[in-house]
Design a protein around this ligand. Structure first.
Ligand SMILES: Cc1cc2nc3c(=O)[nH]c(=O)nc-3n(C[C@H](O)[C@H](O)[C@H](O)COP(=O)(O)OP(=O)(O)OC[C@H]3O[C@@H](n4cnc5c(N)ncnc54)[C@H](O)[C@@H]3O)c2cc1C
Length: 458
């Protein structure tokens, strides 16, 4: 029988950070990856990671702190996030940032996105990150990676400890035993129609854009052994994708966080555009025929950021996804909304900007508490039809700050750890941009450290 110190299920950011951490500590590790390549949803992501107090922020003159990051995360999470997980993130976030830098992960730039009261989205190229971690894994002779090797089920030993993983390789069922722990890092279930149908029927019609392996295997495996689940009632899509974006070409634009407004097919605003794009998604889905547009002017267009995954508006233009017009009348015609209503909506919005208050929806900033809205008045004008996509399921198995999987009584299931998108509790009712990649890296490493220290005292 195959035996290891640790078995890690999944080779996205959480699993790869766990593998490197364990490998560098000299442990014998098996990482099982279901697909024929590493990266899962991580490599499809926009690459924003939420860290505070970094050298990058300092260089850019941005004042931020762990306390402010945690306060934002809690506010966006509606105050229902598990504070023990949030605090643990706070304790490790800066050290994790440095660990990633030390492992050759390149941070390109900084932006403010959903839930950020200062620019703290540290942007990586997720392919480069996974490749760097894989390069390190290959140097570590004690870490084995199997591709096309889905874990199927887990088993407890006669002492009630999870120690066995049944998995498949080359069409054959195999079995491996882990003496120090099994770490589930298999991502979420954004690609499982069955689980989305069960837990988020309200998201029928939302695009599905996630890693092909995001089928909820980890939740099922943990659930079988008594794991509790958290945050399922808060499953939400993300707003800002073109309706054609589910194909190979991901087409996303968050012009609302640079000053665009959102209007429905009637030409009316319907929400405070500075709130979490998860909540924007919910509001957009309630509009007639679930259709909505981001509308902006040249002032906002000029705030686009070339090559940024979320703010590259020129790229949307090149891909012919934007409507562009010299007058609001023409723009209304392009998107087939009533001209007078759109003109009235914008004139009322501009009046609000001038008076420093938005009487209709209370918008006071660009995103969260950051940045000031500007009037939509400088031609040309732009419109981007946008919809909701299910990218990631920020809900899943219950864990404690040591990444141990918990049962419904809050007791840990011996031998079983989980990290990354497969876990619930951390985000609560809403997700702050960058906190999912962030939690994958932070808790992937914590899971390993805790498994090793727990096994040292057995
Ligand atoms: C379009 C898009 C944009 C996003 N942008 C951001 C962003 O900017 N910032 C942010 O914080 N988050 C973002 N997210 C979310 C974020 O990418 C994910 O939540 C995060 O990458 C999850 O990492 P993970 O390691 O937990 O899971 P994944 O990266 O999904 O990795 C899980 C791995 O486990 C494998 N696996 C699954 N089942 C099994 C099994 N049974 N056996 C073995 N292997 C298995 C999968 O194939 C996969 O490789 C985005 C997501 C998408 C789709």
């Amino acid at each position: 029988m195959e035996s290891y110190d640790l078995i890690i299920l999944g080779g996205g950011l959480a699993g790869m950070c766990a593998a490197v951490e364990a490998g560098e500590q000299g442990e014998d590790v098996l990482l099982l990856e279901k697909q024929d390549e590493l990266g899962g949803s991580t490599v499809l992501s926009s690459g924003y990671m939420a860290f505070a107090g970094t050298d990058m922020q300092e260089k850019a003159g941005i004042i931020d702190s762990t306390e402010s990051l945690l306060a934002d995360m809690t506010e966006v999470g509606g105050g229902v996030n598990d504070q023990s997980l949030v605090a643990e993130y706070g304790r490790h976030q800066l050290e994790t940032y440095q660990w990633l830098v030390d492992h050759d992960i390149e941070f390109r730039s900084l932006e403010a996105v959903s839930g950020h009261s200062v620019p703290r989205g540290h942007i990586i190229d997720p392919h480069q990150a996974i490749q760097s971690l894989y390069k390190r894994v290959k140097q570590l002779k004690n870490v084995k990676v199997y591709f096309n090797a889905p874990a199927r089920r887990l088993l407890k030993n006669d002492k009630g400890r999870i120690d066995t993983v049944f998995y498949e390789k080359d069409g054959v069922e195999r079995k491996a035993v882990a003496s120090k722990g099994v770490v589930i890092a298999s991502g979420g279930f954004a690609k499982s129609e069955e689980l989305l149908g069960q837990f988020a029927p309200q998201l029928k019609g939302a695009l599905r854009i996630g890693g092909a392996g995001s089928q909820g295997d980890g939740i099922r495996m943990a659930w079988e052994h008594g794991a509790w689940v958290k945050d399922l009632p808060y499953l939400n899509g993300t707003y800002g994708f073109h309706p054609s974006a589910a194909g190979k070409l991901k087409s996303q634009g968050l012009a609302f966080y640079k000053g665009a407004i959102m209007v429905n097919q009637l030409g009316k605003r319907f929400v405070n555009e500075s709130i979490s794009y998860k909540l924007l998604g919910k509001a957009a889905f309630d509009q007639p025929d679930q259709i909505s547009y981001q509308v902006w002017d040249q002032t906002v267009m000029a705030k686009g950021v070339i090559d940024d995954p979320l703010y590259d508006f020129e790229l949307l233009m090149k891909r012919r996804l934007l409507y562009k017009a010299d007058t609001l009348e023409e723009l209304a015609d392009c998107i087939d909304v009533p001209v007078e209503v759109l003109e009235d909506t914008i004139s009322r919005y501009n009046q609000g900007v001038q008076n420093g208050e938005d009487p209709d929806f209370g918008r006071r900033s660009l995103t969260h508490n950051y940045g000031k809205p500007t009037a939509i008045e400088t031609a040309p004008f732009y419109a981007f039809e946008s919809t909701v996509a299910m990218l990631a399921t920020y809900a899943g198995v219950s864990v404690n700050a040591a990444a141990q999987v918990l049962n419904p009584f809050g007791e840990h299931i011996p031998g079983l750890y989980a990290a990354g998108e497969v876990t619930g509790g951390f985000h609560g009712a809403g997700y702050m941009t960058g906190s999912s990649l962030g939690k994958a890296a932070v808790f992937g490493r914590i899971a390993v450290r805790e498994a090793l220290s727990a096994s040292a005292v057995i």
